[in-house]
Each structure stands twice: as C-alpha cells, then as structure tokens.
Design a protein around this ligand. Structure first.
Ligand code: NAG
Ligand code: NAG
Length: 638
C-alpha cells in the first residue's frame, strides 16, 4: 500500500458527522429495513423491490452478482461511517453462501491444455444452435494449475451472475442440487442469453444452470444453443466480471476505512476472500478460447495461445465454466471472452490486487497479471476517449464472436491487434448507448486517481468531467441526465452525441460520486459544485418512502408479446408446464407473470391502452445513490 495515499484518506475520513453522511445513513436504513422489500428471507438482495420489471434480469425478484457487489460496497461504507464492519463481513458470507456455485464436481478432471471446444457465435437467435467444431485451434489455460496449487481446490471462487431468488421458474438449482424443482425454496442459479448479439432479454430462453434433462426437451435446454452429436447432464456458470471487480473494489475501501478506524483485524478474513475472488477474476483477462491476442482474422487461422499470450489483460464481458454433472463423464471446460467493454474496466480493483498487501492473491503470477491489467486498462481508456471526453465502446479479439474479419476501416488503428467495436457483445440495445456505462466506469478511474494521483488518469478525467458537467441539464434544483448516446467514427476520431435525456437517478448518483472523487484530488471547484447540485437535486426532488425514484414509462413492455425463436420441431416444457415450441413468445414461456399484481397494467397496454408507468427501486441504483451521498460527505467533511 502506498503510504501517502493512505494518509490522505485517513485525514478526510476521520470525521463522519455531516449532512451528506446523514443522508447516506437515512438511505442505508431504508434499504436495510426488512419491511421495505429489498432482501429475500435468506438475506439475498433482490434486483428490485418491485417484481414486474424486465431489463437484464427478466423479473425483479431475480438477482445478479451486480446487486451483490453493490451490497458489499454499501456495507463497507456503513462501516466507514459507523465504525462497525460486522455487516460487511456478513454480506460477504451471504455472497459466498448463495452466489458462488457449489456444484462444480467435474472441475477436478479439467485439462488446462484443452480448455473448451470451439463453437462460433452467430448473428441472430434463429441461427442457433451453433455446431461445435473441434477442428478450430484452441489455446491452453495458463492459470488453472497455479490456482489449484494456491487454494488446494478445483472450484472457482467466482459469482455466477444471475439467480432466480424466489425460484419463480421452478428449476430449483439451489446450492448443491441440480433441478430440485418448484418446491425447492431459495435462490436458484439459472441463465438467460446464449444466442448472440441480437438476443435481447425479450428473445431469450431462460435455462437452468444445472441441466439433467428434467425440464426443457429431450436434451434439456442444451440443444437450443449448441449442436453436438450427443448431450450429457451438466452444470455451467457464467461470471459478470465487472461485478466481481466491484466487490473487490469495495473490499479495498473496507480495508482503507477499517484500518483508519483501527479495526482492520475484524475484516481480515473477508479481505482474503476478496483477494481469492480477484485471483479467479483473472479468467476475465483472457480470450474466449485462449487464442493468441491480436490480428485474429479467421477462426481456423487464428493461433492457439500459449503461456500468457492469450491474455488481453482487460476486464472482459464474461467468463464461464462447466462440466459433467456428478462427474459422470470426465470432462469440464473453461472459457474467457475476447471482447472488452470500457464500461467494465476497474483500474482501482486492478490496482488493489496488484498493490494492497491485504488483498494480495495467492496465485503465483496474479500480482504480475493485475499490474499489467492496470496499465492496459489505462491504455484502453486513452484509446477509446472521444475528443469531447466520453468513452467509446470497446475492443475485441474475436470479431462477431467468431474471429471474423472486420471492415477495413477497423484495421488501421487497432488496440494491441484487437478491433474497435462501438457496441461490444450486444446490439439490442447497443451496449454503449446507455449513458450509465460512463459514470460507472469513470467513477472507478476517479477513485483510482484519488488514491494514486496518477497523471495519466487525471488527464483522461479532466476531459470526461468537463463533458459530463456540460451535458447535465439543470433547471432550478432539478436536473435531467443524458440517457442515450450515439457514436460515429472510429478511434482516434470517434464522436459522441447525446440523443435523449431522462431521470435515471442511479446514473445521477454515480456521476455525482465520480465528480466528487475527482474534485477531492484535483481541487476542481466546478466538479465539486456539480456533484453537490446533483445530490441536492436528488434529495429535494426524488425522495420517497423506499429510497429515491422517478416514474418510468415502459413502452418497451409491448415486447411482452415478442416472438421467441425456437427451431421448428423442437418442443419442451418449463417446470410449471409452459410449453416451449416454435410459437413461443416472451409472455407465453413466462405465464407466471400473469399472477403479478401489476400484470393488468401491461395487459391493458398490450390491448392498445396506455404504456404502463412504474416507480422502480433497483438495488444497484438505491445503493449507488447512498454511496454518492456517503462519499461526498466523507471526502468534503460536509
Ligand atoms: C405493483 O403493485 C404493488 C402493489 O400491489 C406494488 O407494491 C409494487 O411495487 C408494484 N410495482 C411493480 C412494478 O411491480
Ligand atoms: C486505412 O488506411 C489506408 C492506408 O493508410 C487508407 O488508404 C484507408 O483509407 C484507411 N481506411 C479508413 C477507412 O480509414
């Protein structure tokens, strides 16, 4: 740990009373009040208080690793303000109990020289299943054996990203069990999405994370996604690396704050767990099939990697692992991802894993990897920054997810041989359209700058901050945040325009916190003033009984009737009997939605009435706002 950075934090964090830390506590209490509905009976944070919501999760009482990471961060800050970190520890225990899969028994027969068999990603859901192709070269996994020797285990210590907390689908993939069915109580691990960039939530076929063919069709759900000669019972998990990184970032702050309070010993075992998660998070730094990074043009020609030459060192979109259920067969697999979105980067987590002794992973090359990752992430921000300051999408080693050849325009200015992609991974909607990706990622850059004073980060932030300040529309105490962004051109001459504004309060919180960290280090008074205006605007205009909200008109809910592609002749069923076949629709395979207390509002809309309007309390946004109040209060002692 750099001593000077620690000293600065210690000085500003020493007093906790103030308007903004009080507002943190007020919001924290609302989130933790069990009558407000943020948590399940097991203490799992829901995606939202409300059940009727469709975005990345398709129901509000599902949850994500993202919600868990915000929960950890919220409890870290509570510790900083109140001096008691016991809820931070218990939040991590809950994460470990429910979010880290326990069924991983075939991991022990994993062969790092053959991590997975290639299957191309295809453009449209109707192009699936994708046939596996063992003729395509796949590289080797250079970290599996050091992880095993460091932890004496074959199991990943990574969060699966999506769970059905109330077991609404009824798969019953609760910890330690495979398809225990609708009567199982407790969070059930499952997945959406496995059919390319056009498969929005409206077009997905939710599938169990452990499939023993009890539900779905003859081969469970497997043959909807992958074409193979035969199918076996198996488990498969996917991590969302930005969430694991956010949990580690929160642990970094918990360490700073607990040290300053003289109670670091009370969290040391949680910190070693965070360090371990950071070790496995290195799977996010690799190409999907461990192919060599750079100038990959055709799957067949693109070389298998060896050693670390398959590492792009960026935080990618996902990594995944799976294996034969009950180790019936001796195979298991692991994949990284060649696509990296700027919005997922977390230079503070990389810095922490590379430099903080309490968060030092045990893997023999982990510190080296995170040191390189930090440098590479900063380089990526430089590469992607538009002239006005906003950050463009990302880069990929695997064009179209199948190592295709991109347009010649993208070949001129590559990033370590990887191609610029204005909408990495998903296109419905384009993955970098949402303004929220900007403050989410830049906040981490600003925190990294606050801790280290890195001048490269400062230069990037200076431009971004001036763009963000000039892009928010204030009127009186109220504000409108940028909502959708449109991108043209390619680096180094990429441009952005703001095409719509809205009341996404979570992004207002994230922007305020970003500006506050930047202002606290640089002394920029307009950044500080804008942060304060956003926080006061939130507090004066959007406070309600459960936290903060603004009405949202959901015209996209017309898509409840959208067709879901299922190959003709394929039939299967969900645990509740809903039929999956070529006439499937979003609502047709989720008939349980018709029991939701608010279903009639959607039904009215589908029958030609007005679009439904809801006030949502998403866990991430409520926590993000709390954290913005708390950070501002601690940084400026106000
Ligand atoms: C729907 O209705 C209930 C009241 O019956 C309400 O408390 C809930 O939060 C509402 N909203 C959504 C979007 O589910
Ligand atoms: C790429 O570079 C070549 C050679 O400098 C140039 O002729 C071509 O116009 C460039 N393409 C684009 C689309 O920028």
């Amino acid at each position: 740990m750099k001593y000077s950075a620690f000293l600065v934090i210690a000085l500003v964090a020493s007093t906790q009373a103030g308007t903004y830390t009080d507002r943190f506590l007020e919001q924290y209490k609302k989130i933790k009040d069990s009558s407000n509905g943020y948590f399940s009976k097991e203490g799992v944070p829901y995606h939202s208080v409300e059940t009727l919501i469709v975005e990345a999760p398709d129901q509000g009482h599902e949850t994500t690793s993202e919600a868990y990471s915000y929960y950890i961060w919220l409890e870290a800050m509570y510790g900083a303000i109140q001096g008691d970190f016991s809820s931070f520890n218990s939040a991590w225990e809950n994460l470990e109990k429910y979010a880290i899969p326990t069924l991983q028994e075939a991991n022990s027969v994993y062969d790092p020289s053959k991590p997975a068999t290639y299957a191309a990603e295809l453009d449209s859901p109707s192009d699936y299943p994708s046939t596996i192709d063992s003729s395509i070269p796949v590289g080797q996994d250079p970290i599996a054996s050091e992880l095993k020797s460091a932890y004496g285990s074959d199991n990943f210590y990574s969060m699966h990203w999506l769970f059905d907390v109330d077991n609404v689908y009824g798969f019953g993939n609760i910890q330690g069990q495979c398809e225990a069915g609708p009567s199982a109580s407790g969070p059930s691990l499952y997945n959406n999405y496995q059919r390319g960039p056009e498969e929005s939530v409206w077009r997905t076929i939710p599938q169990p994370s452990c499939d023993m063919f009890k539900y779905g069709g003859t081969n469970g759900f497997l043959d909807l996604f992958t074409g193979d000669s035969s199918y076996a019972h198996q488990y498969k998990y996917t991590a969302a690396p930005d969430a694991d990184a956010r949990a580690i970032q929160a642990a970094f702050w918990a360490n700073q704050w607990a040290t300053e309070k003289g109670v670091q010993g009370s969290i040391s075992s949680t910190l070693s767990k965070a360090a371990k998660m950071g070790d496995y998070l290195r799977y996010s730094l690799f190409d999907k099939y461990f192919k060599k990074i750079g100038n990959c043009y055709e799957a067949a020609d693109c070389a298998a990697g060896s050693g670390k030459d398959s590492a792009h060192y960026l935080i990618n979109w996902y990594f995944a692992w799976g294996g034969s259920y009950n180790a019936q067969y001796d195979w298991s697999w692991r994949i990284g991802d060649g696509a990296a979105h700027f919005g997922y980067q977390n230079p503070l987590a990389a810095y922490a894993l590379a430099n903080d002794a309490s968060l030092k992973p045990k893997g023999s090359t982990a510190v080296e990897d995170w040191t390189k990752s930090l440098e590479r992430q900063l380089e990526l921000y430089e590469y992607l920054q538009s002239s006005v300051g906003a950050f463009a999408g990302g880069v990929t080693n695997s064009w179209k997810g199948r190592y295709a050849t991109p347009d010649s325009a993208l070949l001129n200015n590559t990033f370590h041989g990887m191609f610029y992609d204005w909408e990495p991974v998903y296109h419905d909607p384009p993955s970098n359209r949402w303004y929220g990706m900007q403050p989410w990622s830049v906040d981490r850059l600003a925190q990294y700058y606050y801790v280290t004073g890195d001048s490269k980060a400062e230069a990037l932030l200076k431009k971004w901050v001036s763009w963000a300040i000039s892009s928010i529309k204030f009127s009186g105490t109220d504000f409108d945040m940028p909502s959708n962004l449109e991108w043209t051109g390619n680096p180094p001459s990429v441009s952005v325009s703001i095409t719509s504004y809205g009341k996404d309060l979570g992004t207002a919180g994230a922007t305020a916190r970003t500006l506050a960290y930047y202002a606290a280090k640089s002394g920029d008074s307009s950044a500080k003033e804008t942060a304060k205006k956003l926080l006061d605007g939130l507090y004066e205009n959007y406070k309600d009984d459960l936290g903060f909200s603004a009405p949202e008109t959901r015209e996209d809910y017309s898509r409840f009737n959208e067709k879901v592609y299922v190959p003709s002749g394929w039939t299967g069923t969900y645990p509740n009997g809903d039929v999956i076949d070529s006439s499937a629709t979003f609502i047709g395979i989720r008939s349980w939605y018709k029991q939701d207390p608010n279903w009639s509002k959607v039904e009215t809309y589908l029958n030609g009435g007005a679009a439904p309007v809801f006030n949502y309390h998403r866990f991430w946004a409520q926590a993000d706002i709390a954290l913005a109040f708390g950070a501002y209060g601690m940084l400026f002692n106000e």
